[in-house]
Design a protein around this ligand. Sequence first.
Ligand code: CO
Length: 162
Amino acid sequence: MAIRKIVTVGDPVLRKKSRPVVNFDEKLACLLDDMRETMDKAEGAGLAAVQVGILRRAIVINVGDGYMELINPEIIETSGEQEDSEGCLSLPGKWGLVKRPNYVKLRAQNRKGQWRLYEGTGLKARCFCHEIDHLEGILYTDKQEKTLTAEEVRRRRQGKDD
Ligand code: CO
C-alpha cells in the first residue's frame, strides 16, 4: 500500500467525469488499498479515485462506523433534507453550508464486482452524495449556500455535542 497525492482544487482533473470500473483486478485492489490509506492519513470521511488523479468510478468512505468501498455507485432512492457544514480533502481548510438528502439508498459493486445495496442517513448520506458528485466532476462548492469559516464550523460542531 502507498499514500497517494491528493489533487487539490484548481487541477482540471477534478472537473472531469469518471469512467466506470470494468476490470475487477489486482490493479483495482491496489488502487482501493491506496485510497483507504490516503484517506486515513488525511483523516477524511471519504475519498473518490479522481482525488488521487484516477478517473474511475470508485470511492472509499469511513464516517466512523466502518470502512466501505463503492464501485460504480448509483443512487436509487433519496428522501428528506439536511443542511450542515461540509468540507473536502481537495479543498483543504475550507467549509461550506450544503443541503443534502437525509437518506440515501444506492447500489454499488464491491472489489469482486458483486452488486450490493447500501443505505445511510445523516453524515453517511451526505458523504455518499459528496463522493458520487466527485465522479461527475462536481464539488460541494457548486452546491453550497454559503462559505463557513473555521470558527463557524467549530461552533456548529459544539452545538451538536450538547
Ligand atoms: Co471531496
